[in-house]
Design a protein around this ligand. Structure first.
Ligand code: NAD
Ligand code: TYD
Length: 363
């Protein structure tokens, strides 16, 4: 396959590109990424010989057309604005990239692929398009009606509908995945898990929205990427696959687990204590002392959960990481990659995060 990976310098996209390189399944890998605050060429370091990186926007019709002219047979479309809090404060970019950008790619694929045989367009989406579950509701599945609540979720839902329509109307060979919350290496520290890890290390407050009892269904990014590769190889054209880890956990329990992991590591490693002197465990206290209840997110979805029966039975998918092993690995990755997170958190973006999430006062 000759594959175009959009958003390949972001969190999940860069993990997917690494997996793709390891798999040796692709003769050509082109990564198209506009390098927003969430995209970072360091995420692709070491892969320079195996990929062609193109700096640009998916909405740039001329650029995208020129990339398809290089013989692209497959698309893995990750590029998106992806953070719910940002979509609440500044929704325009979500409409521009997630909706208009996806439509540009669909138009370009349709125009370039005169013959659809051997072609595949995988659209990477989210479980947030389905809305919010009550405590005893059955988990989301491929037939759950769409009910997006945030501007982010609505923009992803719109893009899913466009992809579906291009298959139904023009026969474009599309695949859609709707995955639950990911975590792991290279995740920008604005999302719950990496934000909590770096704040614990720096001795900063851990902002817990509302009562902290909102539930997410966590999947390690390596498992999500493995599922996507299976879909790309063996998924049935025109179909949708729900992907999840069967790991429903309340936010407050995630935060407590991260505090416990870092308290434990600090207790037995004096080197860590001197590297992170502001971490409570370096001073004999628990990271839990940093927990700080703040006003709830507007329109906050209460619970997400995925019924992964279809991808498990049709494509033989099962996650390799459980939450315990995945969180341990993730904490170690952030400890070993301090330069990475300090770099991505420098300057104005850090100030934006602090203004919008960290300093908004107690609930
Ligand atoms: P991310 O924010 O880390 O990365 C997005 C990437 O897209 C960045 O590299 C950014 O520079 C790039 N990008 C943004 N706008 C662009 C544009 N107009 N043109 C080209 N590139 C652009 O996001 P992520 O967490 O890696 O998510 C990737 C995809 O997976 C998204 O489509 C998201 O909706 C979906 N998803 C994410 C999760 C999750 O938990 N993070 C779960 C399910 C699905
Ligand atoms: P997030 O990682 O932003 O993912 P999503 O909103 O896509 O699920 O948030 C995960 C959950 O954690 C969500 O319920 C919001 C909550 N949260 C906090 O309580 N504090 C925080 O600082 C962040 C970033 C999220």
């Amino acid at each position: 396959m000759k594959i175009l990976v959009t958003g390949g310098a972001g969190f999940i996209g860069s993990n997917f590109v690494r997996l793709l390189v390891e798999s040796k399944l692709a003769q050509k890998i082109i990564v198209l990424d506009s390098l927003t605050y969430a995209g970072n060429l360091q995420n692709l370091a070491g892969l320079e010989q195996q990929i062609e990186f193109v700096h640009g926007k998916i909405q740039d019709d001329t650029l995208v057309k020129s990339l398809f002219e290089k013989g692209i047979t497959h698309v893995a479309h990750f590029a998106a604005e992806s953070h719910v809090d940002r979509s609440i404060h500044e929704p325009d970019a979500f409409i521009e990239t997630n909706i208009i950008g996806t439509h540009s790619l669909l138009k370009a694929a349709r125009a370039a692929w005169k013959d659809f045989a051997g072609k595949k367009f995988l659209h990477v989406s989210t479980d947030e398009v389905f809305g919010s579950l009550a405590p005893h509701d059955p988990a989301f599945h491929e037939k759950t009606p769409y009910s997006p609540n945030s501007p982010y979720a609505a923009s992803k839902a719109s893009s899913d509908h466009l992809v579906r329509a291009y298959h139904h109307t023009y026969g474009l060979p599309t695949l859609i995945s709707n995955c639950s919350n990911n975590y792991g290496s290279f995740q920008f520290p604005e999302k719950l898990i990496p934000l909590m890890i770096v704040n614990i290390l720096e001795g900063k407050k851990l902002p817990i929205y509302g009562d902290g009892k909102q539930i997410r269904d966590w999947l390690h990014v390596s498992d999500h990427c493995a599922a996507l590769l299976k879909i790309l190889q063996n998924g049935v054209i025109g179909e949708t696959y729900a992907i999840g880890g069967r790991n429903e956990v309340a936010n407050i329990d995630i935060v407590d687990s991260l505090c416990d992991i870092l308290d434990g590591l600090m207790a037995k490693d004096t080197g860590l204590k001197s590297r992170f002197p502001n971490c409570p465990a370096a001073k004999g206290a628990s990271a839990k002392t940093l927990k700080h209840n703040v006003a709830d997110r507007l329109g906050h979805d209460r619970r997400y959960a995925i019924n992964a029966d279809k991808i498990e039975s049709a494509l033989g998918f099962s996650p390799k990481e459980n939450l315990k092993s995945g969180l341990q690995k993730t904490v170690h990755w952030y400890l070993e990659n301090e330069d990475w997170w300090r770099n991505v958190l420098n300057g104005s973006y850090r100030q934006w995060i602090e203004k919008n999430y960290l300093d908004r006062g107690k609930a």
